[in-house]
Design a binder for this molecule. Structure first.
Ligand code: AMP
Ligand code: MG
Length: 491
């Protein structure tokens, strides 16, 4: 028996300018530390086989499985607003694509599998900490119901990577609807290769937006669809307190998945200006700035598509602006609808937006924990004497004042308190990957080769909307001395 991957590769059939053919670099002593068995099954892979030594060698890039066509994808990108005409997969290699059990084509990519022609000064490797971080947070996002790349496996390589110090090396197997980014279009736009842009757009439509195949103006419709998916995605991030941290155009997925978990973080206390990333000195990617940046990135995409819109540049620009104009409304609709659900409203009335904004303002002034305030508000819906939400506020009176208005508003709806609480618990998670937990898990793995805390955290985060009383401590915000103030890319 050998490990079988039912590859059906399409990206590597595109023109040579789209990628570089390159095999992973073998590593010394691969050891599987985590296999996502349910995901393996969903991909049509045999989890038992992946857990054999041969499976670990494949997941570490030591052996290339039959049918793989390993490539590093070419892309460009704006990094913190600065355009870089060539980035590309510098430490990632796409093994190939499989069609999963739901009929969806998925990329299987190794991240940290050695240098490629796009590595520039990098070593093509990943350290264990960032690999575990991506595993934990991407799978938590999936469990929260937010579009995201997934993590199939993590292996340690038996080699060290040199960062500030020598760290254990690791490889993450990332699964994505595709790894095509805004930056992929930019790669060809800056080279004025309109044929390649058209090829890429056609590939994207067939793969991610097949409904548009017969649209009257498919490329316009493509931009509109990406705008809608990104607007909804960013709204979903805000509704769970997620800060991506590096919303560069090369980290902005055309399929509308969250991609590239670097210095990302969930905030504890609500603060719209929150930044965790050590390299985001200007707060460009602060929590509340994410919608604005989402639109900025999509505007870069629109620029790439202009030659496909019309030969008349002015006309093309006007059409693109018109399409981009929908972003704000799509975002606001998704965000406001999500917030209404978070406070347990079943209907929409005048004054709701103000009611919600007043809660958010009071939370910010009172350093209320974002996740627990909403989760515990569900208890208060069922029992006005439940005071865990109130306890999140430095000045609980600020909550009382607001709660009075909230109870008056919910009383206008026929639902019972139990119905309201159930609906709220289905959208307000109890468990998020809190930074201090993620850090503690990484320390145990890196310093003590102890993966038990990692396993437990992953298990709890797989059911974020369930109470899980045995694991109640995972819902707690950090104590003052546990607070993580900065996160790092670790590249
Ligand atoms: P990221 O910050 O992960 O979005 O990566 C930005 C660019 O840097 C991409 O082109 C990556 O492939 C490249 N890169 C990041 N880390 C490394 C590394 N260790 N070796 C080579 N390239 C890297
Ligand atoms: Mg990236």
């Amino acid at each position: 028996m050998t490990v079988h991957f039912p590859f059906q590769n399409s990206y590597s059939a595109l023109p040579d300018s789209f990628f570089a053919r390159v095999a992973p670099t073998p590593v010394a002593a691969p050891r599987l530390i985590k296999l996502n068995r349910p995901l393996a099954v969903q991909l049509g892979l045999d989890p038992d086989m992946l857990e054999t030594p041969e499976g670990a060698e494949i997941l570490a890039g030591k052996t290339v499985p039959a049918g793989a066509d390993p490539i590093a994808m070419a892309y460009a990108g704006h990094q913190f607003g600065q355009f870089v005409p060539q980035l590309g997969d510098g430490r990632a290699i796409l093994l190939g694509e499989v069609i999963d059990t739901e009929g969806v084509r998925r990329d299987i990519q190794l991240k940290g599998s050695g240098p490629t022609p796009f590595s520039r000064r990098g070593d093509g490797r990943a350290a264990l900490g960032p690999v575990l971080r991506e595993y934990i947070v991407s799978e938590a996002m999936f469990a929260l119901g937010i579009p995201t790349t997934r993590s199939l496996a993590a292996v340690v390589t038996g080699e060290h990577v040199i960062r500030e110090t020598a760290l254990p090396g690791a490889v993450l197997t990332r699964v994505a609807a595709s790894h095509i980014r805004v930056g992929t279009f930019q790669f060809f736009a800056v080279r004025r290769d309109t044929d390649a842009i058209r090829r890429l757009a056609d590939h994207v439509i067939a793969r991610h937006y097949p409904d548009l195949l017969h649209a009257e103006r498919p490329y316009h419709a493509l931009l509109a669809s990406v705008v809608a998916r990104q607007a909804e995605l960013v709204a979903r991030w805000l509704l769970v307190g997620f800060i991506h941290g590096v919303m560069n155009t090369d980290n902005s997925s055309i399929s509308g998945e969250t991609i590239d978990y670097g210095p990302c973080a969930f905030m504890d206390a609500y603060n719209p200006a929150q930044v965790f990333s050590s390299i985001d000195e200007m707060g460009r990617y602060a929590y509340a700035n994410q919608p604005r940046i989402g639109l900025w990135n999509l505007t870069r995409l629109a620029e790439c598509l202009l030659p496909l819109f019309s030969d008349d540049q002015e006309k093309a620009v006007a059409e693109a602006q018109d399409i981009l104009g929908a972003f704000s409304e799509t975002f606001s609709d998704a965000y406001q609808a999500g917030l209404r659900k978070k406070i347990g409203l079943f209907t929409e009335r005048d004054g709701d937006d103000a009611l919600i904004q007043d809660l958010l303002d009071a939370m910010a002034r009172n350093q209320a924990d974002f996740t627990l305030t909403f989760r515990k508000l569900g208890d208060a819906a069922g029992d006005p004497a439940a005071d865990d939400a109130r306890a999140q506020f430095m000045d609980p009176a600020a909550f009382d004042e607001w709660a009075k208005r909230w109870h008056e508003r919910t009383a206008l709806e026929p639902q019972t308190a139990t119905e309201r609480q159930a609906a709220m618990n289905a959208v307000n998670p109890m468990f998020i990957p809190r930074n201090h937990r993620v850090e503690a898990v990484i320390q145990a793995a890196v310093n003590d080769d102890n993966y038990a805390p990692f396993e437990e955290l992953v298990k709890v985060l797989a059911k974020p909307y369930q109470d899980q009383p045995d694991y109640a401590a995972y819902a707690d915000p950090p104590l003052p001395d546990q607070r993580v103030l900065q996160t790092f890319c670790g590249t």
